[in-house]
Design a protein around this ligand. Structure first.
Ligand SMILES: Nc1ncnc2c1ncn2[C@@H]1O[C@H](COP(=O)(O)OP(=O)(O)OP(=O)(O)O)[C@@H](O)[C@H]1O
Length: 346
């Protein structure tokens, strides 16, 4: 990647709750380039949201954050809250699964847009109003000018999501952190919102980190993907390569859990077991207790994330070789058989 705008190096975030230490992020490193869309995938609790919140300097309010977050060459971890506020919103924006997390139910959307513009730009009142209409128009709100005086509850779920995107992008951030922005929406609206994010990313040359559970979304939307497990990145690389030939047994498992294309009466693979508790992580590879390839070193030693060429990185002592991606679903992988569950089509 040429000149990454965001460089995250050795990011670790630990929470302390009731005398228990919870290492939610452990040594996470990745980059995002200008105009690039990075997908962050992994099971629930793997640390995707904490990664975004740590990058934005929000996690340090209630956790201990170490490592480097370099934004356009500047290390953000040393900045004061005031300095971070300047970057948040103006240079790096974040959107959430539930728009009401960031929309104020008591203010009209026009007011929320113009207030954001007032806080982060030098535009005068007239120009702020024009820009507000332009943004609502850009995200596909019909009759944008007439909707400025509406409150969030007067919009449908999908339209509220668009309003939130309009506000997040109004000041032209260079990076958008999107935390499952479409999970709560129905499939058609989901596709429209993702298309919109992708188009805006291209038009504005804006980097995006997209958190999602959905590998289909990654395939359609992202340039690169980072797969997270128990607070670490276990595999990352170009989407085409990772999804065509996943090499970490966990990535293979995630891909084989995708039901799409599985014919009736075939066996549907699911990743066996459950993720470990953060309070009691195994000493070696956190995936070892669920992994069909596990051997001596896996339990004793943590595999580090290392380059395996072509911009790919992997943290595994037993990388899967030459799996032909989704086509190999159910059965092609020798290690998958013991963990298959019978999906009987009656
Ligand atoms: N403020 C907090 N205090 C204690 N633990 C926390 C806190 N925030 C997150 N965690 C824990 O950190 C881990 C990672 O959480 P995170 O929300 O990043 O997961 P996720 O991958 O985004 O999951 P999901 O897909 O369900 O949103 C979880 O075990 C979560 O319980």
């Amino acid at each position: 990647m040429n000149n990454p705008i965001l460089e995250v190096q050795g990011l670790s975030t630990t929470f302390h709750r009731g005398g228990v230490t919870l290492p939610a992020l452990r040594d996470v490193s990745f980059n995002v380039g200008k105009g690039e869309v990075l997908g962050l995938v992994g099971e629930s609790g793997s640390g995707k949201s904490v990664t975004l919140r740590s990058v934005l300097g929000l996690a340090r309010r209630y956790g201990e954050v170490t490592g480097q977050v370099r934004w356009q060459g500047q290390d953000l971890t040393g900045l004061s809250e005031r300095e971070m506020r300047h970057i948040r919103g103006r240079e790096i924006a974040m959107i959430f699964q539930e728009p009401m997390t960031s929309l104020n139910p008591l203010l009209t959307v026009g007011r929320q847009l113009t207030e954001t513009l007032k806080a982060h730009t030098d535009l005068n009142r007239r120009a702020r109003k024009d820009r507000a209409i332009e943004m609502l128009d850009l995200v596909g709100i019909p009759a944008a000018a007439s909707r400025l005086s509406d409150y969030p509850h007067q919009f449908s779920g999908g339209m509220r999501q668009r309003v939130m995107i309009a506000i997040a992008l109004a000041v032209g951030p260079q990076l958008l952190l999107a935390d499952e922005p479409t999970t709560a929406l129905d499939v058609t609206i989901q596709a429209q919102i993702l298309d919109l994010i992708l188009k805006l990313s291209q038009d504005m040359d804006m980097g995006v980190i997209l958190v999602t559970h959905d590998l289909g979304v990654v395939a359609q939307t992202c340039d690169r993907v980072a797969v997270m497990y128990a607070g670490r990145i276990v595999e990352q690389g170009a989407v085409r390569q990772v999804l065509k030939g996943p090499r970490h047994p966990y990535t293979v498992g995630l891909m084989q859990s995708v039901p799409e294309g599985v014919a009736p009466r075939t066996q549907l693979y699911s990743v066996p077991g459950t993720p470990p508790s953060l309070a009691a992580l195994p000493q070696g590879c956190a995936f070892a207790p669920r992994c069909a390839f596990v051997s001596g070193p896996c339990a004793a030693q943590r595999p580090e994330l290392e380059s395996v060429g072509e911009g790919r990185e992997l943290a595994c002592f037993h990388p899967v070789e030459a799996l032909d991606g989704v086509a190999s679903k159910a059965g092609a992988h020798p290690a998958s058989s013991p963990h298959m569950t019978e999906e009987s089509a009656a």
